[in-house]
Design a binder for this molecule. Structure first.
Ligand SMILES: NC(=O)c1ccc[n+]([C@@H]2O[C@H](COP(=O)([O-])OP(=O)(O)OC[C@H]3O[C@@H](n4cnc5c(N)ncnc54)[C@H](O)[C@@H]3O)[C@@H](O)[C@H]2O)c1
Length: 422
């Protein structure tokens, strides 16, 4: 019942109420559970039974859901709920990343095979019109066979910094940004290429969100968190939870129940994730991916280029920046700042007219919801519906990359998966 959950909750009680029924909600934080129940009632969803985390089994037994939607954070909590839900006879819709480690991934895959249930991972980026457009062009052979991909993703100092404030900043919770965030990006490449990754070599550093940067900014008296920090007025990374109704009610007012601070100092010593990461991936059919993720950029968005046997496809997008949970639309694409350029061999570059949709994550969120919650979803010619395999291969690149940063070696994904039933 945190920041992300409302997209599903609202859709269930509002837009899709005639097709799907919200039968119960569950969270470990009593404050957020009550807040969600109140919001659901206000949205016309009535009195939905609310269960604390330790009563998950009772909730499933009493309310008999067909599907359990997992939107918990830290990401490390997804696996346990996914396995328990499938063992209890439910299908699962999981937020990304499916999980954060090879061990937990193998556990999910085994539970899925044992129970025969389905597990979908909600890769909303696939559903946004320009990314679907790129898929259509590649599938139609616009540049022949793709031999290599060059992909740079920039998180800015507003949205990117936000991952250094809370649970994401510890690898044990999120697997690092290589898993938590890059699962979206690796999923896109896996899907665009229609291929699976074979092995990964990576390097990563944390050199921006550090005590040294804070000292250089003159922020000497910084506290554990923004709320009440003596450096609040001077710090460009100060987040005022009290100033936003969304952040205040969802987080500040609920701290009393579990001590979860949403606004920890982005320069803290305890952070153990990287803030810039570079890696190479070799795909099974041979294509090479060069990928870079930066979490301290002055602008938010990405650039990608596909080099094919008959040409090159370039795609660039500038995304709006946001703080998750503050009520703003997350990751909307900025009109006029999205481009797709097709350069066929021996020809001049051609601008392709870009389709841009409204709504969160490049217009992907509303299309995803229709696909998830409508009993007769539209046909899926682009294969956008992501299952446990897609969930697996998108995280395994990041998990292998993290292992490669630790060891300095190339890491083969099959070595991490072993004989897991993908
Ligand atoms: N697809 C997207 O674009 C997108 C965007 C944002 C977030 N997400 C994903 O959604 C998930 C939640 O992110 P968020 O920003 O809403 O986080 P959040 O911290 O705002 O909310 C997480 C919620 O989970 C609850 N929780 C924590 N541990 C629990 C447990 N063991 N049992 C029950 N409840 C528990 C917390 O109390 C909180 O209410 C993450 O996995 C994140 O990756 C996806």
């Amino acid at each position: 019942m945190g920041g992300r959950s409302w997209m599903y909750t609202k859709a269930l009680v509002d837009g899709f109420a005639e097709h799907a029924q919200l039968v119960g909600i569950c969270d470990r934080n009593a404050g957020r559970l009550k807040l969600a129940a109140d919001r659901i009632a206000a949205a016309g969803g009535g009195d939905v039974p609310a269960y604390p985390a330790e009563q998950f089994e009772q909730m499933v037994a009493r309310t008999k859901p067909d599907v359990v939607v997992i939107t918990t954070g830290p990401d490390v909590t997804h696996a346990d709920y996914a396995c328990r839900a499938m063992e209890l006879g439910c299908d699962v819709i999981s937020e990304k990343p499916m999980t954060v480690s090879a061990d937990l991934c193998r556990r999910i895959l085994a539970a899925r095979q044992r129970t025969g249930r389905s597990l979908r991972v909600t890769f909303n980026y696939r559903y946004s019109p320009p990314r679907s457009q790129v898929k259509r062009l590649l599938d139609a052979g616009a540049i022949g066979e793709v031999l290599s991909v060059d992909f740079t993703w920039m998180l800015d100092t507003r949205h990117g910094a936000d991952y250094f404030r809370r649970w994401h900043r510890r690898r044990e919770n999120s697997g690092s940004l290589l898993v938590h965030k890059a699962t979206h990006h690796f999923d896109l490449v896996n899907w665009w290429l229609g291929d699976r990754p074979a092995d990964v070599f990576a390097r990563g550093r944390r050199a921006f969100y550090t005590p040294r940067t804070a000292d250089a900014l003159g922020l000497k008296r910084r506290g554990e968190r923004c709320h009440g920090c003596p450096e609040a007025a001077a710090c460009p990374f100060y987040l005022d939870l009290a100033a936003s109704a969304g952040l205040r009610t969802l987080y500040l007012d609920c701290e009393q129940y579990d001590g979860y601070f949403r606004d920890r100092c982005v320069f803290a010593e305890e952070i153990d994730i990287w803030d810039h990461m570079a890696l190479n991936v070799r795909y099974r059919r041979g294509a090479l991916l060069n990928y870079m993720l930066t979490a301290h950029s002055p602008w938010e968005g990405y650039r990608i280029a596909f080099n094919g046997t008959t040409g090159r496809l370039e795609h660039q997008a500038c995304e709006n920046t946001y703080i998750n949970g503050d009520g703003s639309v997350p990751g909307e694409l900025e009109k006029g700042k999205v481009s797709i350029t097709l350069i066929e061999q021996f020809s001049r570059p051609r601008q392709i007219e870009v389709e841009v949709g409204a709504g969160g994550h490049g217009g992907g969120d509303p299309v995803l919801l229709a696909d998830l919650l409508h009993p007769a979803p539209p046909a899926d010619p682009l294969n956008r519906r992501a299952d446990h395999r897609d969930g697996t291969y998108s995280i395994m690149i990041g998990i292998a990359a993290a292992a490669s940063i630790d060891s300095g070696e190339v890491v083969a994904i099959d070595d991490l998966l072993g004989d897991a039933p993908v």
